[in-house]
Design a protein around this ligand. Structure first.
Ligand code: NA7
Length: 545
């Protein structure tokens, strides 16, 4: 089958009066369109601001951008044919391959005819009398429907820090989450990279290979586990295809939507030698599974310290210059209390002659100058600046849609002290608006496609039940929302996650953003059971009319 990455030619003009409007054509929007259109028979449209499908993977094309979940389960589970026909080439797929996969799915399910590309939403307004959402686009078009579903992703609003003098810079600058489609030519260039989160850790080794010189400006040192990426063999593909039922069962039964179990053994229950042996094996195997080595790495500070110490010692083993190794070693937070990166040669990069590390806590950036970056100590001459500075996560993409609900309530105001949702699916005063992987759901703590499918299935069944029962309107109760927000906090407080003060899970990376732990940390299986129970009870906690 021919796969077209840009689907503009395949897109028809959608009718403007619809049954449902979906915003975003990534993993969530595509599946939601399929469910509403092909299972419920609704007249639905996807509005997408980019000129291709892919969502997060449309925009994140920076060097080294690849998935941190393994390819065999970073995909849809709802369609046996897709499972059996598609094969991944690498253990961790790179961004073009993920876009190719999503285009394959969209073509196979004939989704593109109901996707409007180059269509950026500028506002969404609810009419209380008619129970209708009207969505306006930047180009002035309007679409209306009883149901509005946001499929805008959790990490899609780029955080470009306000830095004095950026407008004077005479070279080029880019944010990793808004990467040019044609790529960036680093050959012969002096590059400055700001940021050492998952993105910066993926990008630095690749940029260092391509550029004349790379300066990494690090604010917070980070842990990282080797990804151990490599090709997927024909035998791997066969094994995966034969075992998909069990793979998905395991993924749904777990805490993070990954098809492996977390050890039931405490890190403190074994001898030092045994513990080191277990960590060593997990390190050699690589990837996010390292986190599952013991039951309490994220629950008990002493257990966490054993993992953090192990990873600190690895940095010192890999990085040849002890002073640089020390700068790269995190002390301010425990392993995995911030999203743990995985890498392909990150620490090794600092052994290269063309790479320099600058600790911007010790020498803060003062300004960007026409020729580079000036810190309190010196000027760094640069041709290109790469901002690997993350996202206004979870709430940013929703608030930016400019949503007005019942009685003109604005989502931006309602969430000014932090997001308030019931199950991460709805927010009071915003009837018939569903947020796929919204704040208050497991979302970013999970393998995303699994979290997305669970939300889409739940929303679809909810709309099906409403139509069957003649209901026109569903709205989260204020009271059930308050209780859910309290439960989300309680679930986070039962872990070490809120302790990382600079974490984007808390909104701490964006100046002025309220510090609220946003994703649901109670575990994916537990969350699914709660959602199922709410549905079976006739949508307890929601007002239906
Ligand atoms: P992250 O994880 O938010 O990392 C952003 C990095 O940029 C991090 O090192 C930040 O330091 C740094 N940063 C942010 N703002 C600044 C300013 N103003 N000055 C200097 N340094 C700054 O984003 P990523 O894109 O790496 O990853 C996001 C998620 O995408 C990832 O977790 C995966 O789920 C996929 P800080 O740590 O805040 O001190």
């Amino acid at each position: 089958m021919a796969i077209k990455e840009s689907a503009a030619s395949a897109v028809n003009a959608a009718p403007r009066q619809l049954d449902a409007i979906i915003i975003g054509a990534g993993f969530s929007g595509l599946y939601q369109l399929h469910k509403l259109r092909d299972d419920l028979g609704l007249n639905a449209v996807v509005l997408e601001k980019a000129d291709g499908i892919g969502g997060t993977w449309y925009w994140n094309r920076y060097p080294g951008a690849r998935c941190d979940s393994e390819s065999y389960y970073y995909c849809y589970s709802f369609n046996k044919e897709i499972e059996q026909e598609w094969s991944w080439s690498e253990r961790y797929p790179e961004h073009p391959e993920i876009r190719k996969y999503l285009n394959f799915v969209a073509d196979k399910l004939d989704l593109k005819r109901d996707i409007r590309l180059n269509t950026e939403v500028s506002s969404a307004v609810f009419d209380d009398t008619a129970n209708i959402w009207t969505v306006r686009t930047k180009s002035g078009e309007t679409f209306s429907a009883p149901f509005l579903i946001t499929a805008v992703g959790c990490l899609s609003t780029a955080n470009v820090p306000e830095m004095k003098g950026l407008e004077t810079f005479e070279g080029q600058w880019y944010h990793t989450g808004l990467w040019p489609q044609d790529g960036v030519n680093f050959a012969g260039k002096r590059v400055g990279q700001i940021g050492t989160g998952s993105t910066g850790i993926q990008a630095a080794p690749v940029i260092a290979e391509q550029a004349r010189h790379l300066t990494v400006f690090q604010r917070t040192a980070n842990y990282s586990i080797p990804a151990r990426n490599g090709p997927v063999t024909a035998e791997d593909v066969r094994h995966t295809r034969e075992n998909y039922d069990e793979i998905w069962r395991l993924a749904r039964a777990g805490t993070n939507g990954h098809p492996f179990t977390i050890s039931t053994q405490s890190a403190l229950s074994v001898s030092e030698a045994e513990r080191q042996g277990i960590y060593e094996k997990a390190w050699e195997r690589g990837g996010l599974r390292f986190r599952a080595s013991f039951s309490d790495v994220l629950q008990n500070a002493d257990a966490n310290l054993t993992a953090s110490d192990f990873l600190r010692s690895k940095i010192k083993e890999v990085v040849k210059d002890p002073a640089i190794a020390e700068m790269l070693t995190p002390y301010d937070h425990g392993f995995a209390t911030k999203r743990p990166p995985i890498d392909s040669g990150y620490f090794e990069t600092f052994n290269r002659d063309n790479v320099l590390l600058v600790d911007i806590k010790a020498e803060p950036i003062v300004e960007i100058t026409p020729r580079g970056i000036r810190t309190t100590k010196q000027q760094y001459e640069l041709d290109i600046i790469v901002f690997a500075t993350g996202f206004d996560a979870l709430t940013g993409p929703l608030v930016n849609l400019n949503i007005s609900g019942s009685d003109g309530a604005r989502l931006k105001d309602e969430w000014s002290a932090g997001p308030r949702t019931y199950l991460g699916l709805q927010s009071p005063k915003f009837p018939n608006l569903f947020t796929i992987t919204g704040p208050g759901s497991p979302s970013v703590l999970c393998n995303m496609p699994i979290a997305i499918e669970q939300h889409v299935d739940w929303i679809t069944e909810c709309i099906r039940a409403m139509r069957a029962n003649g209901h026109m309107r569903i709205e989260a109760d204020a009271d059930s929302t308050e209780k859910w927000v309290a439960h989300v906090n309680e679930a986070a407080d039962a872990t070490l996650l809120p302790m990382a003060s600079s974490s984007w899970y808390l909104g701490a990376n964006v100046p002025g953003k309220p510090r609220v732990f946003m994703p649901y940390a109670g575990g994916f299986a537990r969350y699914t059971a709660i959602c199922d129970d709410v549905a079976q009870s006739g949508y307890r906690g929601f007002a239906l009319s």
